[in-house]
Design a protein around this ligand. Structure first.
Ligand code: ADP
Ligand code: MG
Length: 488
């Protein structure tokens, strides 16, 4: 019989290759192989949140890795073993976080010289096409970027991306450049803002190095010029860019350009240039809709290796509509509070942060109230999280069964009189969910729980509300239950 711990370590090694170390540690820390019998491998997780996350995303991968050790493996079982979170529980696998190494690598954008001492700020590794989250608003630009990366200098040349600030243009441009480099490490891929291009032209004229400047740019395989709107009417540099553009284009080199407006609206640019921009692929990035905004926030949390309750994320996604940069700004500020002050993120904290950073946003104070799905003013779309609410909780009985199952107690316990903590807390959580999600009266809830007084229910709701401000475990439990119910 193989040592299960050994086997599990092997599996973790394989999984670790597929994600950043920090993320890996967050989700696989304190997991343990519980048993292997009759083709069923049981894996233990310290809490429901990590169990659900891993089960959803990595079942196939884990199965394949385990199959290499157990040919007769037929099934994986994911179970919660609360004890694994306990320091003294020796069954679990202890993983050490090594954030420093990776962080340095990611933050230090590469400086690449492509010539005679003049240096160009090159691509930043953090911008990758596969970390770009897509939805209806940016699917076309993303698909075009992928096509360009797969076939530079092909039919999508030049590739022109436009849209308002903070919508991911730079990310797409650099991601495409990085992908081209990944496919062909010897390619000369140059990323430059139009401002910087102008400065280089001016500097080269001043130092009489114009010839070198021209030669340098003619050696490029893929030229990426960001924010072309800053060219304005600076004619010498525009002229120079025009020639560079033509030379590269004629030799089949890829040009990628971004701007805050469509080519024909670039009034300060020479018509000869703007008409050439239209010869390849012109795409617009638009503000992402709610689901994409939420997915972006989830992805960023995952990359940071931080768990934030879905309700908090949906509150941010709901309010910040116009810019992904702003979305990130709010999230970063919350993550800083978590890391530096050890605070547990709450919807209230998200609202305060939004108010602080974005005074113009009309923050909906009742976002977490039981009916936060209903628009406050007509015309404001409700957050999808709660739109689905009433569809999924079929009835109180269904909810009670789900909660009881989650906490591994019986439904009789849930509605009974036992006041031991492991029974009382699930009961109170259950009451809280009914109140918040189903909008039942306190009296009715009391009656459903074996004829309890309405003040008992009131007390339970207040208690859980308070605990949600401070107790990360309750936040996670509630999140996991809501996930089970299809509410998040
Ligand atoms: P722009 O150049 O259009 O002003 P950026 O590319 O600088 O916008 O994007 C702002 C921030 O938002 C960046 O950190 C970027 O990584 C992030 N971002 C924008 N769109 C997406 C997306 N679809 N998926 C993931 N991150 C995104
Ligand atoms: Mg930009």
């Amino acid at each position: 019989m193989q040592d299960l711990n050994e086997v599990w370590r092997g599996v973790l090694k394989i999984i670790e290759q597929t994600m950043p170390r920090k993320v890996f540690v967050t989700w696989f820390q304190h997991t343990a192989p519980m048993s292997y019998e009759n083709g069923v491998f049981v894996i233990g997780f310290p809490n429901p949140f990590t169990k659900e996350w891993v089960e959803k995303r990595h079942t196939g991968q884990i199965f394949d890795a385990l199959k290499m050790n157990f040919l007769d493996l037929t099934e994986l079982k994911f179970v919660v073993e609360i004890g694994l979170a306990n320091q003294d529980d020796l069954r679990k696998i202890e993983l050490k976080d090594e954030p420093a190494k990776r962080a340095r690598r990611v933050s230090g954008g590469r400086e690449v010289s492509f010539g005679d001492g003049l240096r160009s700020k090159a691509l930043q590794e953090k911008y990758r096409l596969n970390s770009f989250i897509t939805g209806p608003a940016n699917r076309v630009p993303y698909a075009a970027a992928q096509a360009v990366a797969a076939n530079p200098g092909g039919i999508y040349n030049p590739f022109f991306v436009y849209g308002k600030v903070g919508l991911g243009k730079t990310h797409l441009l650099q991601g495409t450049g990085n992908e081209i480099l990944r496919n062909n490490p010897d390619a000369v891929v140059v990323y430059i803002t139009s401002e910087r291009f102008v400065n280089e032209v001016i500097e080269s004229i001043r130092t009489r190095h114009m010839k070198e400047f021209k030669e340098k740019y003619r050696r490029v395989d893929c030229l990426i010029v960001d924010d072309i709107q800053f060219f304005s009417s600076k004619t010498t540099s525009q002229e120079e860019f025009f020639h560079t553009f033509n030379d590269l284009f004629d030799s089949g080199k890829q040009l990628i350009i971004s701007s805050d407006r469509a080519p024909k609206e670039l009034n300060d640019l020479d018509d000869r240039l703007t008409s050439r921009f239209g010869m390849g692929m012109v795409v617009e990035v638009q503000p992402p809709e709610y689901e994409t905004r939420l997915a972006i926030l989830q992805e960023k949390c995952m990359n940071e290796g931080i768990i934030i309750d879905g309700e908090v994320l949906s509150c941010i996604a709901y309010h910040i509509e116009e810019s992904v940069r702003d979305l990130e700004g709010v999230l970063k500020s919350i993550i800083a509070a978590v890391k530096l002050q050890g605070l547990v993120p709450t919807v209230g904290m998200a609202m305060d942060t939004i108010k602080q950073l974005h005074k113009a946003v009309d923050v909906r104070e009742d976002f977490v109230s039981s009916d936060h799905g209903k628009p406050l003013h007509s015309g404001i779309p409700s957050a999808p999280v709660s739109v689905s609410t009433r569809n999924f909780i079929r009835n109180v009985d269904h909810l009670m069964t789900t909660v009881a199952k989650y906490f591994n107690i019986s439904k009789q316990d849930l509605v009974g009189e036992d006041r031991r903590k492991e029974i009382l807390l699930p009961r109170q959580i259950c009451m809280y969910i009914i109140r918040k999600e189903m909008d039942e009266a306190y009296e009715k809830i009391g009656a459903d729980f074996g004829g309890k007084n309405h003040t008992t229910v009131l007390h339970a709701c207040h208690k859980i509300e308070k605990m949600l401000q401070t107790d990360q475990r309750i936040v996670r439990d509630l999140h996991a239950i809501k996930q089970e119910l299809g509410l998040v």
